[in-house]
Design a protein around this ligand. Structure first.
Ligand SMILES: Cc1ncc(COP(=O)(O)O)c(C=O)c1O
Length: 386
């Protein structure tokens, strides 16, 4: 057994990020400015999209995307049961209703058949989440959206870099939303990005991210800026700082290397657990390039004498950190009490929740760290198999 605890995630921050932050701190410009502009340009090029707007979280990105689409009180928006609350909570900000639908049992992504059944005359949009970095079936989702006149906002918080049929995630819907939270595939500590090809939505989001100030409000403190501005709407304070963007620029440069490292870890886990009947490894989908933000195994509880919580505890005792992604939305008090959901509503998501464990998968894991995880999982299965 390993001597030191292996955390579920450790961010990969190098001297480049530290130097970039130091230079920013010395530059005299701390908040939204030239580094944010560069991060946006680099990100837009990386994804292959006309506009990338940096914000201080993916939650802000989701909120402003739906606001730009005109989602308002009384509207319905379809969201998956298996996701983090951010995907759905932003609808409450707008007075709209999150309409939760079930997941596919193998991919854990939103089930397109369930979307069809949930559409009503009040439905305005679908927010698919590429869970763990595995792209949803965007061909089917777009066909459903087209048939019903719905917008698609991709929650791509887990999915950098990821692609569907060779096209980058974040370009497949009307708008894409990315997260640079500390545990994500690239990080700025806290941060987010909206991507879109639509000029009007991009302009609206940019304006609403900084108090509803007309045009580049931040430029008013530069030599070329003017003190004069107008307020066009009651906006929000969602802008990213140049300090965070300086980190993001360096992280983005490394994102392919980070991805290669995660792919290699996923392959080793697949090889180790693929033939174990007690463990279902993550689904592979031929059209999808997986970001491998998460490696989620599903336990076959009929073949084990312990449940998921005890499995996690057994790994913790062997000094391996894990997590659960996610406790489905309909099992949380807020969604039950506000919208009347019950535990029986989404059987696939509820069943998957009992079985899922996220194993560590991050680029600074050494080959020995990966071996330690494999050994701990294997030993736990052997100890508790029926
Ligand atoms: C699926 C999903 N969407 C959105 C978010 C929100 O991201 P952020 O923390 O950048 O607001 C998260 C964060 O964990 C997430 O997992």
């Amino acid at each position: 057994m390993r001597a030191a605890f292996l955390p579920f995630h450790v961010p990969d921050i190098g001297d480049e990020e530290i130097q970039a932050v130091t230079e920013t701190l010395r530059s005299g410009w701390l908040t939204t400015g030239p580094r944010v502009k560069q991060f946006e340009a680099d990100f837009a090029q990386f994804i292959g999209v006309r506009h990338a707007i940096a914000l201080n979280s993916c939650t802000a990105a989701l909120h402003l995307s739906l606001e730009a689409l005109g989602v308002r009180a009384g509207d319905e928006v379809i969201v998956p049961a298996v996701t983090f609350t951010a995907t759905a909570e932003v609808l409450s900000y707008l007075g709209a209703r999150p309409v939760i639908v079930d997941c596919e049992p193998d991919t854990l992504n939103i089930d397109p058949d369930c979307i069809e059944a949930a559409v009503t005359p009040r439905t305005r949009a679908i927010v698919p989440v590429h869970i763990g970095g595995l792209p949803c079936d965007m061909d089917r989702l777009r066909a459903i959206a087209r048939a019903h006149g719905l917008h698609v906002v991709e929650d791509s918080a887990h999915a950098l870099p990821a692609a569907w049929n060779g096209a980058s995630v974040g370009t497949l819907g009307d708008l894409g939303c990315f997260s640079f939270y500390a545990t994500k595939t690239i990080t700025t500590g806290e941060g987010g990005m909206v991507t879109t090809d639509d000029d009007r939505w991009a302009e609206r989001i940019r304006m609403m991210s900084l108090h509803g100030i007309s045009r580049d409000g931040w430029a008013r403190y530069t030599a070329s800026g003017s003190w004069c501005y107008d307020i066009l709407a009651a906006g929000f304070k969602y802008n990213l700082t140049d300090i965070a963007a300086a980190i993001g620029i360096e992280q983005l440069k490394k994102s392919r290397r980070f991805h290669d490292a995660r792919v290699a870890i996923a392959r080793r886990y697949d090889e180790a657990f693929g033939a174990m009947p007690e463990i279902q490894v993550p689904a592979r989908v031929p059209q999808a390039e997986h970001a491998w933000h998460l490696y989620v195994i599903q336990l076959d509880l009929d073949r084990l004498r312990i449940g998921r919580a005890e499995f996690i505890e057994a790994l913790r005792k062997r000094n391996i950190g894990t997590s659960v992604h996610f406790i489905p939305l309909h099992l949380h008090s807020y969604y039950r009490e506000t919208f009347g959901y019950t535990a029986d509503d989404f059987p696939q998501a509820s069943a998957a929740y009992q079985r899922i464990v996220s194993l560590p998968i991050f680029p600074t894991m050494s080959p020995q760290d990966v071996s330690d995880v494999i050994e701990a999982v294997t030993a736990t299965v052997e100890e508790h198999r029926r």
